[in-house]
Design a protein. Sequence first.
Length: 305
Amino acid sequence: MKLLSTLGLVTIAFAMNSAVQAKEWCTETLHNDWRQTFRVDKMLYEEKTEHQDLAIFYNKTFGNVLVLDGVIQVTEKDEYVYHEMMTHVPLLAHGNARNVLIIGGGDFGIAREVLKHNTVERVVLCEIDGSVVTFSKKHLGSIAQGAYNDPRLDVIIEDGCTFVKETDELFDVIICDSTDPIGPGAVLFTPEFYSDCHDILTPGGIFVNQNGVPFLQREELQSTYNSRLLSFQDVGFYLSVIPTYVGGFMAMGWASDDISNREVPLEVLEDRFQNISGELKYYTPALHKAAFVLPKFIQDALTES
Ligand code: SAM
């Protein structure tokens, strides 16, 4: 979704100005010429884990913020946009998902939303970094909302690329909620990974992933599109706007062998929508349909690729 800075570092700078007391600032160095900076009102936790640099801090506007290898992963304030759109679009399109696989997702936001579906019987969450799970439970409770206590959820600490290659389970929906295609996340953006995901989907199954900000990451959009076309009949994207994923709307990758999954009529989605328990703050069936309408510059990028 967001390019790591070449150094992969969050630069914590101390700033003093008249309006604000001396505070730490966290600058996410996404691009050489575009930076996003959060005031660190309280640093909650920092660790160099086996896989990545992990930091969680509190910001008065965005609540608790998770940063991995210098990239903003999730904030309490706007997380519901991403988690609802990454979950309810594939699950309501499918209509009868019982077994769901989440790759990554160590903050439990996707798991929380998947478990709102009454059809779901089993959720496997495969996260490479146990520290993310441990510290999300402790510092991101408003996101997890106790999802990890649901008996339907199985948390596995393993590289998602290995899991999909070796599992003998089949899934109706796979949601790849990973970091960027650099570092531990890189393997989750390869033709091999997509092929292995294809092979563990049930007939008519759906794969979605976080696929970057097209306005800034055109190449990532094009390469993943072509990689998924090698394994799936129907490949595309849908869009959503997440305020702290800078650069305009974000693309969510879509892949299935059943084209009808992308064309479910609005009234069918509205009917299925009734089967979700719990409150939503962003997703609506009408928005689901609209999200697949792509602006011309993205259509052109896909045509060119
Ligand atoms: N919503 C965020 C976004 O859009 O960038 C993603 C948040 S979630 C915390 C990303 C998770 O992917 C992290 O916990 C990271 O440890 C995990 N991850 C990265 N590479 C992985 C891999 N190869 N297998 C499983 N999990 C992985």
